[in-house]
Design a protein around this ligand. Sequence first.
Ligand code: CP
Length: 343
Amino acid sequence: MPRDFLKTSDWSREELERLLASAARFKGGEDDSKPLAGRSVALVFFNPSLRTRASMQVGIYELGGNAVVLEPGGTSWTLEHRDGVVMDSDKTEHVAEFVRVLGRYCSMIGVRTFAALKDWDAERIDPVLSAFARYSEVPVVNLESAMHHPCQALADMLTIREKLGAGRKKLLLTWAWHPKPLPMAVPNSFALAAAQMGHDLTIAHPPGYELDEDLMREINNAAFDAGATVTQTDDVDEAFDGAQVVYAKSWGSKLCYGSPEDDTEMRAEHRAGWRVDAAKMARTDAGLFMHCLPVRRNVIVTDEVLDSPASVVIDEAENRLHAQKAIMKELRNADFGLRIGGK
Ligand code: CP
């Protein structure tokens, strides 16, 4: 089986450290290797993207390879991911054939498949990404699934490392109001990677916006193993006290999958109180402001904070490129090693 990059906890702390070091070498210009020379990588986008799509295409080019971008239901056939179904509805092709065919042309497959926010029990197990990984004979890179965005999380850890240096930092992941419910992949992956890297993490959100219970167990275990702490609070002001990094993100309530109007009602009272502003940032320890982007100005964060020197969102977006080059190099080398080894 090829090695995949589906979530950071499939990789050990030491392996993540190796990826961060590799990403820093790419960024610093010390590594200009071309592990994808003469190779192609498929990028499958079920959903829109700026950063992920552009940084993957550029990264593949810089590693010597060629990107094949596909949009199921748009520029390629609609896809079924469930096993054992009678495909007499709107889906033309099954993931089982799709990924194995792509694997005959391409050395790696990246896939973006957001949560539909319709059925929590079904979506929390990442069904589409899992189908890609199950059937693929080449490495799969998660470009944001229903539950995880590990490329973003690795870039976030790289950004924290380059801005604040190595070692344990005090991080705040804060929920923010948004006009519509959003998936939980980014906060899930940020919290998980932060815990794995040994940072002290506070997760602030209003009641009803708890992350998945199994994932929280995994985050707590990772923090324990790394000698770090995880705290949850609904006090949005106190949460900022002493934070060295403020990571803002909106996400929908898992209690309201399938009923967005309930989520809208539940969120309404938090509209102003959970926006990141200068008063909140003043409570931090010269805290950095981070967001995965795209961000809605003066909804999630005020212009004043987003345009301040504390904001590192553009560097964070740049680091997607370097982090993903490190991931693709590692996966290509591991897969090449497997094939040479005849397994
Ligand atoms: N942060 C992020 O994944 O951005 P895009 O949705 O634009 O790819």
